[in-house]
Design a protein around this ligand. Structure first.
Ligand code: G6P
Ligand code: MN
Length: 445
């Protein structure tokens, strides 16, 4: 089985390869094709993978190319994990928004819109090529903003593209753990959009354990989201939000904290990763050792500024190991081997959430098998959640429209309609500044 990884020179690729190496079951991936636009990054990551595979005679073979069409031909699965504009672009997204006094973050608010406007045209081009060169392939989209990008691709690939995120499963696992339940046995009722969802129930043997958590302030204070949002607010909400909702519920404080911070997350990662790739320019550099060291630093500070500021503290190591690669592998396995499983994924709504149309990509539990990912019936969204979800979906639709038409006015509309952008004038200036800073936005006229 052939797996193609777009963004194959990316820093997280060794995590995916590590998970593939541990997969011994029949029908596993035997061939990995790495694609990246940057040959230097590609060769750095390839050397890390070669060291990972040392002494493993049945390790999946790895090839690398900068030719996208060549990479896609014959693919069974495509992992799309690209970062258009690189971390430099992310740092600009963050900084320009903060300079306007609004949230500057990778996927949420103004930063996420700028990132989406840059990424959608590239993702659509990939979708067209997949449809032409590997029409039977399944595309697993890691590329952020994941819900929006998955929706853009689904317009060309239908339900053959599935978006993933590690945050819902992590949240479910933490809630199960504080309730003393086995995360593997718990049914997590989670719904919303990517980075905009809520856990409304956690059922074990048909019984909802969440009310017990919501009634117990001490228990609420004993896990990360409990500390992040505060017991009182969670009790008022009656649900446990994804950590990204912190940017909405505590927007003013987050913007102030980010504005005062010495550097944004994007700048931190940019410094750190450019060091890794620069060190790898030495052909004798110990690739895996360097990668491990850089990764440990990255994980230790994962969204740390925000959590620390909110008193949520660090995430334990166990939580860090259940990330994207595990979700992606579980999804790929369920499809390839027809092993029925339930995963929280980004798929077309098809009537699951009544406040959205059938083609809107939502993040909900899905039943996965060889025929793909099928959303499962969940409780409808509460009015406050429905309001936010509809507002943000409307923004996503403006982003998709702007990417298609190249209309600057539509881009302004996308920013202006976002609940975290507080003036149309701010939206106009954001478009001016983002288009001046990002070559990838020159199509907006
Ligand atoms: C989580 C989210 C991802 C996001 C990442 C940011 O894993 O689910 O969508 O990209 O955090 O992490 P970073 O280390 O890049 O700040
Ligand atoms: Mn995510």
């Amino acid at each position: 089985m052939r797996l193609v990884i777009l963004g194959g020179g990316g820093f997280r690729v060794p995590l995916v390869y590590g998970a593939l190496l541990d997969d011994r079951a029949e029908g596993r991936v035997t061939e990995v094709v790495l694609h990246d636009v940057d040959a230097g990054r590609l060769s750095a990551v390839r050397r890390v993978l070669a060291e990972q595979a040392a002494g493993r005679p049945d390790a999946p073979g790895v090839t690398a190319t900068t030719d996208l069409d060549e990479a896609l031909r014959g693919a069974d699965f495509v992992f799309s994990a690209i970062r258009v504009g690189g971390l430099e672009g992310r740092a600009l997204d963050e900084r320009i928004a903060l300079a306007e006094g609004v949230l500057g973050q990778e996927t949420v608010g103004a930063g996420g819109i700028a990132y989406g406007l840059r990424t959608v045209p590239v993702a659509v081009d990939i979708a067209h090529r997949v449809a032409r060169l590997a029409p039977d392939a399944w595309v697993i989209n890691f590329t952020n903003p994941a819900g929006l990008v998955t929706e853009a691709m689904s317009r060309h690939l239908g339900d053959r593209v599935i978006g993933i995120c590690d945050s819902p499963v992590g949240l479910g696992r933490r809630i199960a753990r504080v309730l003393g339940a086995d995360p593997g046995q718990a049914w997590i009722d989670y719904a919303g959009l990517n980075h905009l969802g809520w856990v409304r129930a956690l059922r074990v043997g048909g019984r909802d354990l969440l009310p017990r958590l919501l009634a117990d302030r001490e228990l609420l204070g004993s896990f990360e989201e409990g500390r992040l949002f505060g017991a009182e607010w969670l009790q008022s909400l009656g649900a446990i939000p994804n950590e990204y909702l912190h940017y909405y519920y505590f927007n003013r404080e987050t913007v102030a904290a980010y504005r005062d911070a010495e550097r944004t997350r994007g700048v931190f990662l940019q410094d750190q990763q450019s060091r890794f790739y620069a060190e790898m320019a030495d052909p004798h550099a110990p690739a895996l050792e360097l990668w491990n060291r850089t990764r440990a630093e990255r994980e230790a500070t994962y969204m740390a500024e925000n959590r620390e500021a909110a008193g949520a503290g660090h995430r334990d190591e166990d939580d860090l190991s259940g990330g994207y690669e595990k979700v992606a592998l579980a999804l790929m396995r369920a499809i390839a081997r027809d092993e029925r499983t339930t995963l929280i994924l980004n798929v077309r709504n098809r009537g699951t959430l009544s406040v959205l149309d059938a083609d809107a990509v939502v993040e909900v539990p899905c039943l996965v098998d060889a025929s793909g990912a099928h959303p499962v019936t969940v409780d409808q969204l509460a009015a406050d959640a429905a309001g936010l979800v509809c507002a943000v979906k409307a923004v996503e639709r403006e982003v998709l429209a702007a990417a298609e038409s190249g209309s600057r006015g539509t881009a302004v509309k996308a920013f202006a309609l976002h609940p975290l952008v507080d003036s149309v004038n701010v939206a106009r200036r954001l478009v001016d500044r983002y288009t001046a800073a990002h070559p990838g936005l020159s199509y907006l006229t």
